[in-house]
Design a protein around this ligand. Structure first.
Ligand SMILES: Nc1ncnc2c1ncn2[C@@H]1O[C@H](COP(=O)(O)OP(=O)(O)OP(=O)(O)O)[C@@H](O)[C@H]1O
Length: 353
């Protein structure tokens, strides 16, 4: 999969400009504040349907305008396609695939990207939410049903929690059997897909780590299931039983403590927990290995490379990791779009400002 062009109209600080990346490496360069990340954000918006740095879509519209647009052309499976995102100051956005309106969940998986920003260090150090987002983002781009099942579980959890509040307010016993069943059904599917992905990721991530460290270190990813100390259990019955067991406490706290929305990933380096024992450098290597494994996973699942978007990460990586990254993307022909104040690599250079 390759991006052919990305046109930004009244988007952030760009009035109207079309950016044409090269087939391999492209570096958007310019001084601080010149709009490098804005361009990367436009590519990401066309891929995921939201910004890489804000939940407020309106912030992306050029300051004095009522509407902003991104039009991305890309080629996938030898076919050229266009994604258009229109953002409105008065609220909302419209998404189009080859000029036909689409919903956000149908956009996911059309133009597939892997994003790597300095923020990604949160994968190791941050909250479990960051790690769930990582695996969800990856699966959402290769499996449309996964997106639906995740939102089904989210909705059922929200309804279950609302029922706890209503019941408390009205002084009655909560009626949550129906939500428990829905959560169990969706969770079993989500878990199964996450475990399958993890198995593939594990193989790729340990291979990448060996490569990045000259064989000195190995990484494994483990899945930590809420309410279970042992190996993850994927059956609906397990979820039903656990939700029932936890109902009393959930009623008291008005939340749902079992389900994929409470699970986490644990990264182990040479068998030890990376977040607790890993040095900064080891954590960086691990995150880089995870990102490269994400590319590999998407390629294996879809038969095509995603486009790699790197925001300002080159400065974060030392020379050897930088070189490992560049040689990986060159070897595998991964189109890579980089923002950097320096001219890194020997790809196409696009000057901002
Ligand atoms: N909605 C908007 N309308 C107009 N300009 C905007 C809008 N949002 C941000 N900007 C401008 O965009 C610029 C920031 O762009 P961006 O973050 O892409 O810079 P950058 O080149 O990546 O910088 P750095 O090297 O510091 O990361 C700032 O000048 C900011 O004022």
């Amino acid at each position: 999969m390759k991006a052919l062009s990305c046109r930004l109209i009244q988007f952030r600080n760009v009035e109207d400009r079309t950016f044409v990346p090269g087939e391999g490496l492209t570096v958007f360069t310019g001084p601080n504040g010149s709009g490098k990340t804005n361009v990367l954000e436009a590519f990401f918006l066309a891929s995921i349907g939201r910004s890489l740095r804000t939940h407020q879509d309106q912030e992306m519209i050029g300051l004095s305008h009522e509407e902003g647009t991104v039009i991305l052309s890309y080629v996938s499976g030898g076919v050229e396609n266009t994604i258009k995102v229109r953002l409105f100051r008065k609220g909302g956005k419209k998404l189009f695939f080859n000029d036909n309106p689409v919903r956000r969940k149908d956009l996911l998986g059309l133009f597939r990207t892997v994003l790597f920003t300095p923020d990604e260090m949160k994968l190791v150090k941050g909250m479990p939410r960051e790690r769930r987002r990582f695996i969800d983002m990856e699966l959402s781009q290769v499996n449309p049903r996964y997106v639906e099942e995740v939102s089904r579980v989210q909705r059922a959890v929200a309804q279950r929690n609302a029922e706890f509040r209503n019941a408390r307010f009205n002084g009655r016993k909560p009626q949550v059997d129906m939500w428990d069943m829905q959560i169990a059904r969706g969770s079993a599917y989500v878990l199964k897909k996450r475990m399958e992905a993890l198995e593939k990721m594990n193989a790729a991530a340990s291979e990448m780590t060996r490569r990045l460290t000259g064989g000195r270190e190995t990484m494994t990813i483990k899945y930590r299931q809420a309410g279970n100390e042992g190996d993850p259990v994927l059956s609906e019955d397990w979820f039903i039983r656990k939700l029932a067991e936890n109902r009393e406490e959930d009623t008291r706290l008005m939340r749902t403590s079992i389900g994929p929305h409470r699970d986490d990933l644990v990264f182990l380096l040479n068998g030890r927990e990376l977040s607790a024992y890993g040095s900064q450098g080891q954590q960086r290597t691990a995150v880089l290995a995870l990102k490269l494994s994400e590319i590999q996973f998407i390629r294996e699942e879809t038969g095509e490379n995603p486009v790699l978007l790197l925001d300002d990460v080159m400065g974060e990586l030392d020379a050897s990791r930088r070189q490992a990254l560049i040689s990986y993307v060159e070897e595998h022909d991964v189109q890579t779009i980089i923002t950097s104040t320096d001219r890194v690599g020997d790809g196409k250079i696009v000057e901002m400002g």
